[in-house]
Write a protein that binds this ligand. Structure first.
Ligand code: SF4
Length: 404
């Protein structure tokens, strides 16, 4: 149903209501989603010495231990006790796709057999203001998506469930584990640090930046997202700086306002894709609930409180939002919000009729923005030769594989 005609003829003025349901409560939580204070409190209640929590979390976040058995400096009895208290369930790799320019997509299977994706971008030149030698992982926050953006593969089969914090953190740990175990030649071809003995500190990590832009609307899974990001940011956890984490949203105004009040300096990216209500509502139903004027105010609030530059993501779709005249309100909005713009040529999604504009049209649009003195980059898309559009690999795998 995600065709232009279906969207424009939809009389419902509101997008599908996000289901704010938290993940099902787990009798046995996964340690990948547990905080230091939780682990410490538990171990102290077992009369363990104060350094035990540090030891356990080092195994999880630094040594990337895949199970309790490998934690050899913990007493065996304690390992058994921990096993009874916590799951330690690394995500299972189902498929790894690599583009010729080394962008890689990982398809992971969760414990309930749902599939999610993460994307590794080895060099991300200035996309989010980071030096080009950094490695960025794009992670998912939901299985599917309820927001039904008309151009997106992630929402095509609807929303299934939120990820819990362990599954969000688990994507980073699983990707790190995978990169650490790959042969030296592959690592050097990716310009990664060479694998060696089990690293112990932040400097030996492969992944330095995160963008929360994979499958799902991150801010519709607010509690678990924030818990995961705090674990990934913590000195005892992922040690990824808050400024190196960018949260992307389709524009959930109340959650942007809430995020503005959080103490961390997370970057904020808005999946804009249209700078007028007319264009944006046509391709993003969420705009009917939170139109551009409201979204702009929420962004201004975020910027006032954080003092950080915003990013607009703008997927260029042929004949929909790629005319130079569309660049005028976009440039105006970017100047007002002091935002930079990432132009992303559309990646075709099987089953959808949208197309990528020609390179000439892409360049013309970029030029129209630059002539307004707006900072804009055109992503000469990495990963065009893999199922690069968000959610596409998972969608294809889900549809090809009978569920067990
Ligand atoms: S673009 Fe983002 S919010 Fe929209 S359907 Fe896709 S995953 Fe959901």
């Amino acid at each position: 149903v995600n065709t232009p005609n279906a969207i424009t003829s939809n009389p419902d003025p509101h997008p599908p209501a996000p289901r704010p349901s938290p993940p099902a409560p787990q009798a046995r939580p996964d340690i990948q989603g547990s905080t230091q204070s939780e682990v410490d409190a538990l171990l102290r209640s077992w009369n363990q010495p104060g350094y035990r929590a540090t030891q356990v979390l080092e195994w999880v976040h630094r040594q990337l231990a895949p199970n309790w058995e490998t934690m050899t400096n913990l007493p065996r009895a304690l390992r058994t006790q921990l096993d009874q208290q916590y799951h330690l369930r690394p995500l299972e790799l189902v498929q790894r796709q690599g583009a010729s320019d080394t962008t890689q997509k990982f398809l992971w299977r969760l414990h309930d057999r749902h599939l999610i994706e993460s994307v590794l971008i080895p060099a991300n030149p200035a996309l989010y203001g980071q030096p080009s030698d950094r490695h960025t992982l794009c992670v998912s926050t939901q299985v599917g998506c309820a927001y039904g953006c008309a151009f997106c593969a992630s929402g095509l089969d609807g929303w299934k469930r939120n990820l819990d914090a362990a599954e969000i953190v688990g994507q980073v740990l699983a990707a790190e584990r995978l990169l650490r175990s790959q042969p030296v030649e592959a690592a050097s071809s990716l310009a990664l640090e060479p694998p060696g003995p089990a690293p112990r500190g932040a400097s030996s990590r492969f992944i330095h930046n995160l963008v929360i832009m994979g499958m799902g609307e991150p801010l519709a899974n607010y509690e678990q997202l924030l818990r995961a990001l705090r674990i990934l940011n913590a000195p005892w956890g992922g040690t990824i700086g808050a400024r190196k984490i960018t949260i992307s949203t389709s524009g959930l105004v109340p959650q942007i306002q809430r995020l503005a009040d959080e103490p961390e300096q997370f970057g904020l990216a808005i999946s804009l894709h249209g700078a007028t209500d007319d264009v944006r509502s046509r391709i993003m139903p969420v705009n009917r609930k939170y139109p551009i004027a409201e979204l702009t105010e929420a962004c201004e609030l975020y910027q006032r409180k954080k003092g950080r530059m915003l990013t607009f993501e703008y997927i260029l779709i042929a004949g929909i939002n790629d005319h130079p005249s569309h660049a005028v309100p976009l440039g105006r909005l970017a100047r007002r919000l002091h935002a930079k713009i990432n132009l992303i040529p559309y990646n075709h999604v099987e089953g959808l009729s949208w197309e990528r504009p020609t390179e000439a049209v892409q360049e013309q649009f970029l030029h129209a923005l630059e002539s307004q003195r707006v900072t804009a980059t055109l992503r000469r898309e990495k990963g065009h030769d893999i199922d690069a559009a968000c959610g596409q690999l998972r969608l294809r795998s889900e549809r090809d594989t009978p569920r067990v």
